[in-house]
Each structure stands twice: as structure tokens, then as C-alpha cells.
Design a protein around this ligand. Structure first.
Ligand code: LFR
Length: 475
């Protein structure tokens, strides 16, 4: 059996610890640990509980040892854009304020007073989302400028966990690009932008590409357990890892479906043309310096919130079933409206928007869920049309990866709507992408091409075609 690695994949609603190794050229996964992740409120802001998350990381490592697994390496990925700042004694200067917090309201427009939208896009290639790190930092500069001045290290959340595990501080490349402060061409911190904004440049660290070995684990826990494990940088931005796990990228549009739906294509260079700017597509840095030309669609967050607002009375699959039964319901909303980022109550917000747009208001849980799924379908279709317009070509396949790929109703809806072949899976794409990046670094897998072949043959994928409900296995 080959060397084994651990992927720690922390999403906005849950985290998982998955061990993986190659057996007869197939990737074998073993889930070690799973935990919830929730927003907490601290001093009036939505924050992530980084201490609780780090404890879950330590619990997972302990559980590996309890099971007799002695992995060679560990790699951590999380969502993007969020960060902490440390002072010269490496003490936390900030809470990990979450990107859904309202502190960035209006900040994007203020930043445009210093840097034009066009210049920002031409230099970074990154989409305009009000929660990007650049706007979070600008908000901090306005509210607590002294904190920015005292900071000696800027760490994105996976960088922070890596620092806790190894004592080494770096900024991993794929996640760094999501800040909208990395130059898309030089792949370095864009010092001109930082100067224009008056943000302390000294706190930004060396940018290291995914696939780098950060160092050995050095914690009380490693001493206690006698652990000799390397920390490797995967694409620490979860979407970056997920896209590594798309089995066939040629002629394929992927949808990485989780809290967000990220819809796009892999590209060897950034596309910063006016149309891409107008349609708000991003060029996020990827593994092997590929770019993810994609668009954020609001994703399953909406249905997760709907479920929570019904006091978890219905499971996710019950909501899907109820939506299926509400087939007569027709109202649709623009899911990408910022109003849905973190409304007080998602159900009420959906109802309000339907009312304001003179549509039938969804009343039953089935109608609310149907409205969300249908509206997501519309947004996917629009993003797809925009990609095809920019590429001036038709893509034949859509590969849905991630937890959302298990939603058969949505998969079929996408096949029906687009008329394209839909391939669903792998479900654990992010953890798989994280794992194969480590196995490439360890020399177990040659390169990303071989990794994708291995992934294609290791996991069961389902195919859907328009107006036909049956699927066939294609492994
Ligand atoms: C998905 C994701 C997206 C990013 C959003 C916020 O989990 O990482 O790629 O735009 O979360 O960080």
C-alpha cells in the first residue's frame, strides 16, 4: 500500500477529516472525523470559532493515531477570503470575522475611489464580491486602523491553522488570490494596490504554491503522540482543491456544488477582458498555476438556511422531495442578489422578493424549496450561456462535483434545462483534490493528469441526459 495522507476539508457548515492512499492505482478514502462549523457572534460580528476548529483538527489527528493510521502528511483547506492578523509576538489581533458579516457593506464602492474597478480587474482578474479580503481589510482600516498598523502577519484561515501546526507562517497561493490583492500575472502581492489603499504591506508573507511541503508538525500533540508528519500545502482554497478532482476537464464546465455553486472552466491563463468583467467572472489561482475562470452562484446555502429557518423540521432530502411534489409552483428569484447572503430569515426574504416582483409567494416548504432549486437552475443556465459566449464555443458536458452533486433532482433539472450531459461526482471532490495534491508532492502520483485519471476510475460517477430520468453508472 502507498503512503497515506490526510485531507482536512473545512467548509462553511461542516468539516471532515479524510485519510486517503492508493491501492492498485485506485484512491481509497477513509473518513476519520466529521464536525459542525457554525458562525458565532462576537462583539456584534459574525465570526468563525478558530479555536474550536483547531481543536477539531487535533481531535482528528488523535483519532487517526487511535485507528493505527500513521499518515505521511496532512493538508488543510477551507473556504476563501477570511483571515486573521497576528502581532509581532504572534498573538491574535483580530477575530476571524466571517465574510457574511455586514462590515463590508458599502466598502467596495469606497475602494473604487482609490482604484478603478477596471484596474482592479485587469491586475487581479478577481470577481467583485463585497466580501473579498480587500474590502474586509479596507473596512478594518476604517474601523481600527491601529490594528492594521500593529499587524506583522496576515494569515488566511488555512495559513493560520498551518502556523499552529508547524510554527511556520506563509501565504498559500490559491487562497491568496481570492483576496483580490494578488497580481494575476506576477502571482505576487500587488504592492501598488496595497499602496493605493494605504494598507500595511509588511504583514503579507511569502506566497507559496500548492504542492509545497511546509514542514513537520510541531505541537504538544505531536510530541505526545510521537507524530512525525509533514504538513503539505494543497490548494488551501477549497474550490481550488475541488477543481483538481474534476476527472475530465476538457470541453467540460464544472459546477462545484456546496454552500456555493462555483460554475466555470479551467484555463491556463487569466481572462481579464471587458465581457468577463461585465459578467463578473473570476480568475482564481489554481494548482499548477492553472486558473479557475468561474462565477459564484449563491448555492445550497439558501436551502441550508431555509432548512434552519424551518427549525430543521425537514431533512435536506425531504425538502428535495417536497420540492419535487410542488411541480406546479413557478415563481423564481435572482439567487445572486446580495440580500440572500445573510438575511435575518431566508424564507421570509424569498417570500418578500417574490412579492416585490409580483409573483406568487411560496407558502409551503415544498414551494419555498422548489423556488430555490428552480432559481438556482436559472442562474446556472445564465452563467453557462455567459461562458459559452466568452469562449465562443459550446461545451458538451457539465461535471457537478461536491456534496450538492448528490441532489438528483437538481442534476436532472440542469440536464433538462441545458440539454447537456451532466456527470455527477465525486461527492468528496474537495478532500480528494486536497489528497491527490499531497500524493503528488510525496511522489506517489506523477502529476495532475495522472491524478485525474485515477480519480475518474476510483469513484462512481452518474450521468444524466435531458428529459430522461434514468442514470447509468460509468465507472
Ligand atoms: C466555497 C468558497 C468560494 C468562495 C466562498 C467564500 O466554499 O470558497 O470559492 O468564493 O466560499 O470564501
Amino acid at each position: 500500500m502507498s503512503k497515506c495522507s490526510i485531507a482536512v476539508d473545512i467548509g462553511a457548515s461542516s468539516g471532515r477529516f479524510i485519510a486517503g492512499c492508493l491501492q492498485d492505482n485506485n484512491l481509497k478514502l477513509e473518513e476519520i472525523h466529521r464536525f459542525d462549523n457554525n458562525l458565532i457572534i462576537k462583539e456584534g460580528h459574525y465570526c468563525w470559532d478558530v479555536h474550536a476548529l483547531y481543536n477539531e483538527i487535533k481531535t482528528g489527528i488523535r483519532l487517526c493515531w487511535d485507528r493505527g493510521l500513521h499518515p505521511e502528511s496532512i493538508g488543510i483547506d477551507t473556504w476563501a477570503v477570511d483571515f486573521v492578523l497576528l502581532d509581532e509576538k504572534n498573538r491574535l489581533l483580530t477575530d476571524a470575522i466571517a465574510y457574511r458579516d455586514a462590515r463590508t457593506d458599502g466598502m467596495m464602492e469606497e475602494v473604487f475611489n482609490f482604484i478603478s474597478k477596471e484596474r482592479l480587474y485587469l491586475e487581479t482578474g478577481i470577481q467583485f464580491q463585497k466580501f473579498n479580503t480587500i474590502y474586509q481589510l479596507y473596512s478594518l482600516k476604517k474601523s481600527n486602523p491601529e490594528v492594521l498598523d500593529q499587524a506583522t502577519s496576515f494569515l488566511m484561515l488555512p495559513d493560520y491553522f498551518n502556523y499552529l501546526l508547524t510554527g511556520k507562517k506563509v501565504n498559500e497561493y490559491t487562497n491568496a488570490t481570492s483576496t483580490q490583492l494578488v497580481n494575476a500575472f506576477t502571482k505576487k502581492w500587488d504592492e501598488d494596490l496595497l499602496d493605493l489603499l494605504g494598507i500595511n504591506k509588511e504583514m503579507f508573507l511569502e506566497i507559496k504554491p500548492p504542492g509545497s511541503i511546509l514542514g513537520d508538525m510541531e505541537t504538544e500533540l505531536s510530541k505526545e503522540l510521537g507524530i512525525d508528519m509533514k504538513v503539505i500545502l494543497p490548494a488551501t482554497h477549497d474550490t481550488g482543491s475541488a477543481v483538481v478532482a474534476v476527472p475530465e476537464v476538457d470541453d467540460t464546465v464544472y459546477i462545484s456544488s456546496g454552500t456555493w455553486s462555483l460554475i466555470g472552466v479551467e484555463n491556463p491563463f487569466p481572462i481579464c477582458i471587458t465581457k468577463a468583467l461585465d459578467y463578473n467572472f473570476t480568475n482564481e489561482g489554481g494548482f499548477g498555476y492553472q486558473y479557475r475562470f468561474l462565477k459564484n452562484v449563491m448555492g445550497l446555502w439558501m436551502i441550508q438556511e431555509v432548512k434552519r429557518n424551518y427549525n430543521d423540521q425537514y431533512s435536506f432530502s425531504e425538502l428535495v422531495e417536497l420540492a419535487d411534489k410542488a411541480s406546479e409552483f413557478r415563481a423564481k428569484i435572482n439567487v445572486d442578489n446580495d440580500r440572500f447572503l445573510k438575511p435575518e430569515n431566508m424564507i421570509e426574504e424569498i417570500q418578500k422578493v417574490c412579492q416585490e416582483t409580483y409573483q406568487e409567494v411560496p407558502g409551503t416548504p415544498g414551494e419555498v424549496a422548489k423556488c430555490v432549486f428552480d432559481s438556482l437552475g436559472v442562474s446556472y443556465q445564465k452563467a453557462l450561456d455567459q461562458i459559452e459566449e466568452i469562449y465562443e464555443k459550446e461545451f458538451k458536458k457539465i461535471n457537478i462535483i461536491g456534496g450538492g452533486s448528490q441532489n438528483e433532482m437538481l442534476n436532472q433539472l440542469i440536464a433538462d434545462k441545458t440539454g447537456k450531459e451532466v456527470i455527477a461526482g465525486p461527492v468528496e471532490a474537495t478532500a480528494i483534490g486536497n489528497l491527490v495534491s499531497q500524493l503528488i508532492t510525496l511522489g506517489e502520483i506523477k502529476d495532475i493528469k495522472e491524478a485525474r485519471n485515477i480519480i475518474g476510475q476510483s469513484f462512481e460517477l452518474k450521468r444524466y441526459t435531458a428529459a430522461r430520468r434514468e442514470e447509468e453508472n460509468v465507472t
